[in-house]
Design a protein around this ligand. Structure first.
Ligand code: GAP
Length: 441
């Protein structure tokens, strides 16, 4: 496990450097809802772009979709979420805290000395009751039962109800997949650990439609591909592992499920789920809507409901995982250097351009260079303070390259390129810089 305090340091860095802010902070904040600042927005965008590239643009057999958050309420009845998307909840009448009845062992009672809920003599826990995690709202002017709609708790259902539309318009054949990235909402009882478990979050989900009987094979294939992706974006392989769901853990729709877990400072936790959903969802929607959702296999001249293998990752959770994995402190010349060792492809800023001093036409040359580089790379210009300090500021936000314009630049059109991790510097001709950066990014 990482040493204690890493999360506190990371949360502080995220606020100070504009990665993540608490929602509505000036009003005291809104519980477990977070906003992404300038650098956080770039980082999360890079996560989503990498996923979209791997899952949609880079494949012939997956189509993209962007379905609405609000859906017909019958969708959530058919999917089983109205009846089954619940957690058991207990209240403490003494401290007024709320806990998940199935997680009391790992929960903390707010009374001192620190114990688990129910263990203090003062604790008065209620009997568990089931609590539905979906947020409800009303459509139209009347706040009545008939107008209830839900904020979607997963993006998957938007894919199922559109599967025939996508199939017909894209002329795909089974096996094929539909992928989407979008917001989901869950009224979590025990959210926490910064952006790990929040009430509003983004999912990156893909549903792969296959011939019944071939789902086990596809399940294994997708497990391999998804674990490979997390390594590709730079997560430490030794900190990733599989967790297979036991019969008591399986979601109401799943026949089999594996989580990809990461070793966070607060323990091993899920970052993505791979689920064999069988034909649970399509048969439920077919029954509830009365619309045939079967696939016609022309070659075999048969009709069937496809089985589904789902891959479901949280964009916020992957963003947090990248930050945790990248965060390090090291001693350099008697000072602590904080570094986000992000994979260059994920880094919010790829290159910082710095004039060594603010004279001798160095700012003008650096500005010109910056304006050129920003057309191709996420770039940043900084002329404030000593050069060593400026390097450290970039290290702390994970910028892989700092380009410095100095006295030599005016003589031979070269600049120094400093690498974040090794801190080594080399001189490069300005014209060669875009190619140099492209190669390394
Ligand atoms: N469609 C299947 C599904 O939603 P899930 O295991 O409930 O499965 C999938 O969620 C992923 O969504 C999780 O692995 C996690 O990355 C993300 N996720 C779920 N609940 C979340 C929450 N409250 N906050 C942030 N991310 C969450």
């Amino acid at each position: 496990m990482a040493p204690p305090g890493v999360m506190d340091k990371l949360v502080s860095l995220c606020k100070r450097r504009g990665f993540v802010f608490q929602s509505s902070e000036i009003y005291g904040g809104l519980g477990s809802v977070w906003d992404y600042g300038p650098l956080g927005a770039e980082l999360k965008r890079n996560v989503k772009d990498a996923w979209w590239q791997a899952m949609v643009r880079g494949r012939d057999d997956i189509e993209g979709l962007d379905a609405a958050i609000l859906m017909h309420p019958k969708v959530w009845e058919a999917s089983g979420h109205v009846a089954g998307f619940t957690d058991p909840l207990v209240d403490c009448k003494t401290c007024k805290s709320r806990f998940r009845a199935d997680q009391l062992e790992s929960a903390q009672c707010p009374q001192k000395p620190s114990k688990h809920p129910g263990e203090h003599t003062a604790c008065q826990l209620t009997e568990p009751r089931m609590f539905n995690l979906m947020f409800k709202t009303f459509m139209g002017p009347l706040e009545e039962q008939a107008a209830v709609v839900y904020l979607r708790p997963e993006t998957a259902q938007g894919i199922y109800v559109n599967y025939l539309n996508v199939l017909q318009s894209s002329r795909q054949k089974i096996p094929f997949g539909i992928a989407q990235i979008g917001k989901a909402f869950r009224n979590e009882i025990t959210p926490g650990n910064f952006i790990f478990r929040t009430r509003e979050f983004e999912q990156m989900e893909m549903q792969f439609f296959v011939t019944p009987g071939s789902e086990d094979e596809w399940f294994e294939r997708w497990r391999g591909l998804r674990m490979g992706w997390h390594r590709e974006i730079g997560l430490t392989p030794e900190k990733l592992r599989w967790h297979q769901h036991g019969p008591g853990e399986l979601a109401h729709y799943a026949r089999a499920a594996y989580d990809i877990e990461y070793e966070f400072p607060f323990g091993w936790n899920e970052i993505e789920g791979i689920h064999n959903r069988g034909d649970y969802d399509l048969s439920a929607h077919q029954k509830a809507s009365g619309k045939k959702l079967e696939y016609f296999d022309q070659a075999a001249n048969t009709r069937y409901l496809p089985s589904i293998v789902e891959t479901s990752a949280g964009a916020d959770r992957v963003t947090l995982t990248l930050l945790v994995d990248a965060f390090r402190e090291e001693q350099v010349e008697g000072e602590t250097r904080t570094v986000l060792g992000l994979h260059p492809r994920m880094a919010p800023i790829k290159v910082a351009v710095l004039p060594l001093v603010n004279k001798d036409r160095m700012p003008e040359t650096a500005t010109e260079l910056f304006n050129d580089l920003r057309k191709r790379f996420s770039s940043f210009y900084d002329d404030g303070g000593a050069i060593g300090r400026r390097y450290r500021r970039q290290d702390e936000v994970g910028t892989p390259f700092c380009v410095t314009v100095d006295g030599q630049t005016a003589v031979d059109h070269t600049v120094t390129v400093r690498q974040r991790d090794s801190m080594t510097q080399e001189r490069i001709g300005m014209e060669a810089l875009p190619a140099y950066l492209s190669e390394r990014l």
